[in-house]
Design a protein around this ligand. Structure first.
Ligand SMILES: [Zn+2]
Length: 58
């Protein structure tokens, strides 16, 4: 882990997310790492990317 990485806010460091039907899938924000770079963590572009998958909203 580099010093510029932070725990992923989307999956809370789990590296996995659960959708409405309890399907677990790899977090698209941190790509399963559970950590994101400073850039990914603070930039809304990351949220937009998740939104494209229609998994995060709702
Ligand atoms: Zn994550």
């Amino acid at each position: 882990m580099g010093s510029q990485q932070f725990r992923c806010k989307a999956c809370d460091g789990e590296g996995l997310l659960m959708d409405d039907e309890s399907w677990r899938y790899t977090c698209t924000v941190c790509r399963g790492d559970g950590f994101v770079s400073k850039y990914e963590n603070q930039d809304e572009v990351a949220i937009g990317h998740v939104d494209e998958n229609k998994r995060y909203l709702d």
